[in-house]
Design a protein around this ligand. Structure first.
Ligand SMILES: [Zn+2]
Length: 207
């Protein structure tokens, strides 16, 4: 498990912690380890850009991003190659599920703007482990959406540096980024590598 440094309450799990999306026992074990409730606010992730405010645990409906000002309410997204993006403000926290479609649609900017509108200007950002430019091969139509963030896979084809694209959209904030590539490193679930339905969790909470 990764705890991004300097954050009051944030964590990114790895494969050893189990399928956090589907396995409620695994969720309970992580919650106990983090000393947080095991009832989390989640969203029905659809690779879009909708942001919702969460005040209660459970599904908040179709969205890819949430924020809350409620102390002790963990908000979580589930990933296997996509990025979990955590934003922390003095009195609020937010999280986004960001794959290439969500990033293009504006999920990261929308979360930041929604938190600012709520009065909680995000100061810090943490980006969890996701597929790296080493492995995120894309076709020309996807590459064209990321003119400033294309790269090359280890096998020489065009890829996208999704974490760099996210960072560019969070200009001016303190940024921490996980270095791992989920497709390269066996300790993470990777949809591209294994076509798995298992998901890791990105979790953030106000103490
Ligand atoms: Zn890789």
């Amino acid at each position: 498990m990764i705890r991004p440094p300097g954050f009051r309450g944030a964590a990114f799990t790895s494969a050893q912690h189990g399928d956090l999306r589907n396995d409620h026992k695994a969720r309970g074990a992580i919650a106990a380890r983090l000393n947080i409730p095991d009832a989390w606010a989640t969203v029905n992730q659809v690779h879009g850009a909708v942001v919702v405010e969460a005040w209660e645990p459970g599904s908040q409906g179709k969205a890819d991003s949430m924020y809350t000002g409620r102390s002790g309410l963990p908000v979580a997204v589930f990933t296997a190659d996509c990025l979990a993006v955590v934003l922390e403000a003095d009195r609020g926290v937010g999280i986004a599920h960001a794959g290439w479609r969500g990033v293009v649609a504006g999920v990261v900017e929308n979360l930041r703007a929604a938190m600012e509108t709520a009065g909680w200007t995000p100061l810090r950002c943490a980006v969890g482990p996701g597929i790296g430019p080493c492995c995120f091969e894309v076709g020309p139509e996807v590459a064209a959406r990321f003119p400033a963030n294309t790269a090359t896979t280890t096998w020489g084809t065009v890829s996208v540096d999704l974490a760099a694209a996210v960072a560019a959209r969070l200009d001016g904030m303190d940024l921490w980024q996980a270095e791992a590539c989920t497709r390269c490193a066996d300790e993470y679930f990777s949809h591209r590598r294994d076509a798995t339905s298992a998901r890791m969790a990105g979790i953030v909470w106000l103490p």
